[in-house]
Design a protein around this ligand. Structure first.
Ligand SMILES: Cc1cc2nc3c(=O)[nH]c(=O)nc-3n(C[C@H](O)[C@H](O)[C@H](O)COP(=O)(O)OP(=O)(O)OC[C@H]3O[C@@H](n4cnc5c(N)ncnc54)[C@H](O)[C@@H]3O)c2cc1C
Length: 592
């Protein structure tokens, strides 16, 4: 990929974005190399992982380890790792493509995600040369398996409230005591990244081997879903950990934990996207073959609506996903942190992931909620067959649910989205306050809404521009009204997050549809439906938020501005959805 001019995370909230020269923008623009790695990952899942699912669900962890090993042999565990440490050093778009393939098997995706995103990533970014030499190559080859132990029974969302303690011993080593909960791969991992407080205060990450004295794991949790993934407690009883196994600095465990989550959220969205692609195909195939009233159920408008909506929501997540991965790759090529210049240098990776942390949180929320919608409608399309174990629809439904809980719950991520934007605004790295002030001056102007040109997607472009102004209006008014106390107004922050998510999704969909070359009809149809409905959602959320923030004449002025901005052009979304559903039914597949 050629050099790109650096784009700052969150800048789409301030001004209209145009395609960045040299940065991958859409899934359609992937290279031959990307396609080949995707094909290999797909083949691995089809021929080796999916046939093993029943045995994995019976907790055959020797098989899980074998599959991790195979993934390592194929290079799939090392897409983010430099060749010097056994990796294949590909870009983030490649990791997204691999994540999508692996996401077709949710249980194995949890195993794979813990190994790569939660263990290999922190070692890559924070490990010393000696730690990398001891652990990284073994994890990347799949010879060793890994797990990440942050949560405890009393501290999940409040991760820094952990009680696990690391006591310094006279020889410089540490004795770890405590119990970690919900540890993915706990039943069979060899290496754990464990968070504990040194002397009860300094939150720190450690590399802990299963074989160290005092380390053990508990019983498997009885979970709603992901039965083919191991989840256990990790018990530390005077567990002896050498001083050399501190990961990062003592007292800087939060940096390890939070940076890992930034990337984990992007990968979770990739896995949700891959899962949804496969499930749309499953739903379409079922709808074609299932007959009621003498007709295939796929011929009924009510079912077409579902198939189209499943497809459109996935289209939106995918559009955000590839755009974000392309931007991260661009930032790693031309680092925001000038001290770091090799694409797989830990500092460059960290700077790029942090820059796009807002987009990663958006993707986590949007990806997990889209997948929940898709699995739910898949059950509905399957009718009674969706409720019994003879069909995979029931398993997908159970497996998807946890995505809204781990990698930071969706509530926490929704709070983070405006929270990070505001922090950047106050630090001066994002000109949000100036943009909100300018908008305030424009609010009384009759030309508040952009004029609509007479070209394809022009009304959609105008709607996205209006959503941007509404986002600024709501967030700017909230900041002005509440000041520092805005953090206490979670309902307003959550409504702002919903508006901002819809803005980023709508702009991503628009950019993708505008870039669609030959046969753009389906792309335009998906973009038009998504943006039309997003504008309506944004209006409702903005009205609710403003109703709580302002009153009297100020509120009346703001609501009048809102009405002028979001005067949505009438669109026949029923007809557009039918066009998409007919294509899905004809191909018995997701169509983008
Ligand atoms: C299958 C599975 C696998 C997991 N794998 C791992 C793993 O490998 N490693 C690991 O360390 N952890 C893992 N976890 C734990 C997971 O990360 C936590 O469950 C998650 O962070 C939520 O924490 P909690 O369960 O304590 O919920 P809580 O934090 O108690 O949250 C309960 C509810 O309160 C809300 N809430 C909490 N705080 C706030 C707030 N400040 N404002 C508003 N709402 C709030 C939450 O959003 C949620 O709706 C796993 C969990 C599961 C179920």
């Amino acid at each position: 990929m050629s050099m790109t001019s650096t784009v700052r995370g969150g800048s789409w909230l301030i001004e209209e974005q145009v395609p960045v020269p040299g940065a991958l923008l859409t899934r359609e623009a992937i290279t031959e190399e990307h396609r080949l790695i995707g094909q290999m990952a797909d083949e691995f899942v089809t021929t080796e992982v999916l046939p093993a699912l029943e045995r994995l669900e019976q907790k055959d962890w020797a098989l899980a380890r074998q599959l991790v090993r195979r993934a390592g042999e194929l290079g799939l565990l090392g897409t983010d790792v430099a060749e010097a440490h056994g990796g294949v050093a590909l870009d983030k778009v490649s990791s997204v493509i691999v994540g999508e393939s692996i996401g077709r098997s949710a249980s194995f995706a949890a195993t794979f995600g813990a190994q790569t995103g939660l263990v290999i990533t922190p070692l890559t970014c924070f490990g010393t040369d000696a730690q990398k030499a001891t652990y990284l190559a073994r994890l990347v080859s799949g010879e060793a398996t890994g797990a990440y132990a942050l949560s405890e029974s009393g501290s999940g969302s409040d991760a820094l409230g952990a009680r696990a303690r690391a006591t310094r011993l006279p020889d410089g080593s540490f004795a770890l005591n405590g119990e970690k909960m919900w540890i993915t791969n706990g039943g069979f991992a060899d290496i754990f990244i464990v968070f504990a407080k040194v002397d009860g205060e300094q939150f720190t990450a450690f590399i802990v081997e299963r074989g160290f004295p005092g380390v053990s794991t508990g019983h498997e949790e009885h979970k709603m879903g992901l039965h083919g993934s191991s989840t256990t407690p990790l018990i530390l009883q005077d567990a002896r950990v050498p001083a050399a196994n501190v990961l990062g600095e003592i007292g800087s465990g939060h940096k390890v934990a939070f940076n890992v989550l930034n990337y984990g959220r992007l990968k979770l969205a990739a896995m949700s996207s891959g899962g949804a692609r496969a499930i749309v195909a499953e739903a379409a195939a079922y709808a074609v073959q299932r007959k009621q009233f003498g007709r295939s159920i796929g011929s009924f408008g009510a079912i077409k609506h579902k198939l189209a909506e499943m497809t459109i929501r996935q289209f939106a997540v995918e559009s955000m996903l590839y755009r974000t991965a392309g931007l991260i790759d661009g930032a790693m090529q031309e680092p925001l942190n000038p001290g770091a210049n090799a694409p797989h240098d830990g500092a460059a990776v960290l700077a790029a992931l942090e820059e796009f942390a807002i987009e990663a949180s958006i993707l986590k929320v949007a990806g997990s909620e889209m997948l929940d919608f898709v699995v739910d409608e898949n059950v509905q399309i399957h009718g009674g067959n969706g409720f019994v174990r003879d069909y995979p629809a029931e398993r997908h439904y159970r497996d998807a649910r946890v995505n809204r809980i781990f990698e930071g719950t969706n509530e926490i991520n929704r709070l983070l989205i405006p929270g990070m934007l505001i922090r950047r605004a106050l630090k001066g790295t994002l000109p949000l306050i100036a943009a909100a002030r300018k908008l305030q001056d424009d609010i009384l102007s009759p030309s508040l809404a952009d004029p609509v040109a007479d070209t394809a997607l022009a009304p959609e472009r105008a709607a996205v521009s209006a959503m941007r102004k509404v986002s600024l209006m709501v967030l700017g008014t909230a900041m002005q009204t509440y000041g520092e106390k805005l953090t206490d107004e979670q309902e307003i922050l959550t409504l702002s997050a919903d508006i901002i998510i819809d803005l980023f999704a709508a702009e991503s969909v628009l950019l993708r549809a505008a870039a669609a070359g030959a046969r753009p009809e389906l792309y335009h149809a998906a973009a038009r439906v998504f943006i039309h409905d997003a504008a309506e959602r944004v209006e409702t959320a903005a009205r609710t938020a403003l109703g709580a923030i302002a009153e009297g004449d100020t509120l009346r002025t703001l609501l009048a501005a809102l009405r002028r901005l979001l005067k949505v052009q009438p669109v026949n979304t029923v007809a557009l959805r039918r066009v998409i559903a007919d294509a899905v039914i004809e191909r018995k597949a997701y169509v983008f």
